[in-house]
Design a binder for this molecule. Structure first.
Ligand code: HEM
Ligand code: HEM
Length: 181
């Protein structure tokens, strides 16, 4: 059982994702897509958008303490106990109903946020006198970008599959902010 079930009749729309979360999410999607596939590697727009993404992540971390109910780390931080409960419910074929992020999603989210920060840091390093042209830093940046790409595929797959299993349009909810209660 989740502690996050609302006192709302089943099926009624419940506001889950606030405006900041939705704006943050789709901005990250746009910036990462631009930096991976469209902009010239390492050009000015690439670098500034990367810093904007890092700024967004820092703001998201603050929002995790002061934001709305389901945005808060206290709602979804993947503690070992929460992960164990979630995994054993999945194994029993009775997934828990979390209105916010489930603990596995939480783990993925923390990883994605860390990768975005690490990309900005390694990108910044590449431009410093000390690390300009240093191969391992360039390889690190490239490796982080590849890792992010792979995890995003997994993240989207998980959202589609869990959405089907729970009959909850998770992707639509990240657009409208509402889930079915
Ligand atoms: C969302 C964040 C970012 C993503 C997804 C991203 C992704 C990438 C990718 C895929 C490449 C090509 C790597 C290769 O195949 O060699 C690249 C190159 C580069 N990136 Fe980023 N990047 C991000 C942020 C940044 C930031 C913040 C900076 C600097 C302030 C930066 C500076 C560079 C530079 C200078 C290169 C060219 C490296 C070279 O010459 O090999 N990136 N980035
Ligand atoms: C660069 C690509 C992406 C990144 C970096 C990313 C990152 C994130 C982050 C950080 C969250 C947590 C939101 C929060 O609480 O702040 C999240 C949630 C979510 N993302 Fe993404 N995302 C990406 C792409 C996508 C795409 C393409 C889709 C779907 C088409 C998607 C669907 C979702 C959904 C449905 C959730 C909510 C999951 C839940 O209900 O627990 N994401 N994503």
């Amino acid at each position: 059982m989740s502690a996050s079930l609302p006192a709302t009749p089943s099926g009624q729309p419940v506001k889950v994702w606030d405006g900041f979360i939705r704006l943050f999410h789709w901005s990250m999607v746009a910036i990462v897509a631009l930096n991976l596939f469209i902009l010239e590697e390492g050009d000015v727009a690439h670098r500034w958008l990367g810093y904007v993404a890092a700024g967004g992540v820092l703001a998201r971390l603050v929002w995790g303490f002061v934001g709305s109910r389901y945005a808060r780390f206290s709602d979804w931080f993947p503690t070992p106990a929460r992960l164990r409960a979630h995994l054993s419910a999945l194994r029993r074929g009775e997934p828990e109903t979390h209105l916010g992020h489930n603990p596995l999603a939480g783990l993925m989210i923390l990883t994605l946020l860390s990768l975005l920060l690490a990309l900005a840091l390694s990108g910044w390093l590449m431009g410093t006198d000390a690390y300009f042209g240093v191969e391992w830093v360039e390889e690190l940046h490239e490796g982080l970008a590849n890792g992010l790409q792979g995890l995003v595929v997994l993240h989207v797959l998980a959202a589609v599959l869990m959405g089907r299993k729970l009959r909850q349009p998770l992707i639509q909810a990240m657009v409208t902010g509402y889930k079915k209660g």
